[in-house]
Ligand binder design. Structure first.
Ligand code: G6P
Length: 615
């Protein structure tokens, strides 16, 4: 994980780098650091804590000068989070400074060799080994920094996005990537580098995304030079125009990104539909599916791979695909899939779901599926991300940047994309009758409006949160399409409030979790009318007769559950397959309000990161 930012140009680098680091804190936030060269000295300030702590430390020492600078916000892998292990790291001579996102797996062996040659190390990190390896190559082989980086990286095993500079040549910054993202912003006489484009969008709309295995030499007096790390082959830079704007990555009046993103869902889902859902014409148009429709039609099975919340979206998709497209679906954690010996047949389609498009386990699972000959389809949010490029075809969710670590709008837009694909396929196969297809398309179009209505329960949800914020455990129950929503609701609560929560298929409660129920334990039950309503009523009775407290998510006007439950939260009715898009909303808001009331850091929960680029 970790976020990296760099600047080279004529402006002061400090503000640009620090502001950029704040935008990348979603990638990790246990320590931060910055290196600036002011023409005489290389000033490196590093500190355990957030970027705000770094700012305080930099000002204390007045180390804010220099028009070349690199900064880092860390999610620790090698070495505990402390000042010394924070990046940037510098070489033994003190001339080279580096920032790194990733892991150098063979760092112990490299470190030993360097130690044998007299190098000393201050930190426990793999990154300090890498910067000294680069210096060692530079000195021994008398080569340029960029050549030394290339040679050193060919000795390193692992994953990285790095930026490195040499104070002896402060008009040059060298960057490289393998397995971790890296974008270069191309301005007028200035360049920016970062883990994503958010740190530089107010300065330039032109960006080059390095591909895996590429490095770039950014020299102020030359054009940017891109090479393949392996063999030095020259690559023509492809400069693309960025489509995101500043407003999208700011809080826009909300207290937290998470809340902003929850409220963005009606628009986000509309954006997912745009140009695809065309009820008037009775069609769904999706380029990635349409152009591969034969493959989809021939698929005997769909394998879905993902992690975290995206995996929950995959579980919802399993129900939706089987219902409409009548194709068997298996859903796997990418981290399990990649380390088993999964059976993949040539008629299988693999769908990889990832908000960030950078998750290491999902990426590795995709590569494995491709090696076994599968056709891999990606459902990603971040345009141009590694997974979107690694897959054979795909569909973006178009949810806009998601910054809150707890995923919200990514989840609902993933379900939306997957439902569109399932219906598109169902029509082609004839597994849904024409009339039903038509109704579903019209009903889908109503979803953003209904999500907006569900958001209208916010004040009611806040009151429920106030009552249960001190509970130690929560149980979430749902059946059918809403079983994965129960898992997602529990995950949201755990992630940001640190309250233990379990999601369960409602009927499974009696095989274990029922033992936990007492008068203190709240159970959140998804009890919408469509889908095993009567059965869920019995489950509610089972909880009530053990004195448990029930918070029920019901359809508007349902008086039966209202009678039974301690609290109800209403959502509008919709077709059964689309209910997760509505029932998820109150669960997101419930976890949000509980976390805020408990004074937790909602957007940056402890130990988590938004983009998990390590396995
Ligand atoms: C992390 C994030 C989750 C996310 C998961 C998968 O754990 O905190 O919110 O669901 O990674 O990420 P992806 O970007 O692949 O969807």
């Amino acid at each position: 994980m970790c976020g990296i930012v760099g600047y080279i140009g004529s402006k002061q680098a400090y503000q640009i780098v620090v502001k950029g680091l704040k935008r990348l804190e979603y990638r990790g936030y246990d320590s931060a650091g910055i290196a600036l060269y002011d023409g005489n000295n290389l000033n490196i300030t590093k500190t355990k804590g957030k970027v705000a702590d770094l700012e305080a430390a930099v000002f204390k020492d007045d180390n804010t000068h220099g028009s070349i600078g690199i900064g880092h916000t860390r999610w620790a892998t090698h070495g505990v989070p402390n000042d010394v292990n924070s990046h940037p790291h510098y070489s033994n001579s003190g001339d080279l400074a580096i920032i790194h996102n990733g892991i150098i797996e063979n760092y112990e062996a490299l470190k030993q060799e360097l130690k044998n040659r007299g190098y000393v190390f201050k930190s426990d990190t793999d990154t300090e080994v890498l910067v000294n390896l680069i210096e060692d190559v530079q000195l021994n082989e008398k080569v340029s920094l960029s050549k030394a980086v290339q040679i050193a990286l060919n000795q390193a095993i692992g994953a990285y996005a790095i930026a490195v500079f040499d104070v002896k040549n402060p008009s040059e910054l060298v960057v490289a990537r393998l397995g971790s993202p890296l974008a270069i912003g191309v301005g007028e006489g200035e360049y920016f580098v970062a883990s994503d484009a958010s740190p530089f969008i107010e300065y330039t709309a032109n960006a080059v995304y390095l591909e895996d295995g590429e490095m770039a030499t950014i020299n102020l007096s030359k054009d940017i030079e891109i090479l393949k790390i392996k063999d030095g082959a020259i690559v023509d830079p492809y400069i693309q125009e960025l489509k995101i704007n500043l407003e999208q990555i700011e809080k826009g009046g909300f207290d937290h990104f998470m809340l902003k993103e929850i409220y963005e869902q009606p628009n986000a889902i509309n954006d997912t539909f745009r140009g695809r859902l065309l009820p008037e014409e009775n069609i769904i148009r999706m380029e990635g599916v349409d152009s591969n429709i034969k493959k989809f039609m021939a698929a005997k099975r769909i394998l879905i791979i993902a992690c975290g919340t995206s995996w929950h979206a995959g579980l919802v998709a399993e129900y939706i695909f089987e219902e409409f497209a009548r194709v068997p679906v298996e859903v796997d954690y990418a981290s399990e899939f990649r380390y088993r010996n999964p059976i993949i047949n040539k008629d299988d389609i693999v769908i990889a779901i990832s908000q960030s498009g950078e998750t290491a386990d999902t990426m590795a699972a995709i590569k494995m599926a491709k090696d076994k000959g599968a056709f891999v389809f990606g459902v990603c949010n971040v345009v141009g991300s590694s997974i979107s490029r690694e897959t054979h075809a795909g569909a973006y969710t178009h949810a806009g940047p998601e910054i809150g670590v707890a995923s919200t709008k990514a989840f609902t837009t993933q379900i939306t994309v997957l439902a569109l694909i399932a219906l598109r396929l169902a029509k082609e196969k004839g597994s849904i009758d024409r009339e039903q297809y038509h109704y579903h398309l019209y009903e889908m179009e109503q979803i953003p409006k209904k999500v907006q209505e569900a958001l209208g329960e916010n004040d009611n949800i806040k009151k429920v949160a106030e009552i249960y914020k001190d509970a130690e455990d929560f149980l979430y129950l749902g059946r059918g399409f809403n079983f994965p929503v129960a898992l997602e609701g529990a995950l949201k609560l755990k992630e940001i409030s640190y309250i233990h929560a379990e999601g369960y298929p409602a009927a499974e409660m009696k095989h274990g979790p029922i033992a936990l129920i007492d008068e203190k334990m709240p159970t959140v039950v998804i009890a919408t009318k469509k889908g095993h309503y009567e059965k869920v009523l019995s489950n509610i009775q089972e909880v009530k007769s053990r004195k448990g407290k029930i918070i029920a998510i019901i359809n508007k006007g349902d008086t039966v559950v209202r009678e039974l439950a301690d609290h109800v939260i209403e959502v509008p009715e919709t077709r059964e397959a689309f209910t997760p898009l509505l029932t998820t909303i109150p669960l997101q808001l419930l976890s949000y309000h509980i976390a805020v009331m408990l004074n937790k850091n909602v957007d940056q929960p402890r130990n988590l990161a938004k983009s998990v680029t390590v396995e």
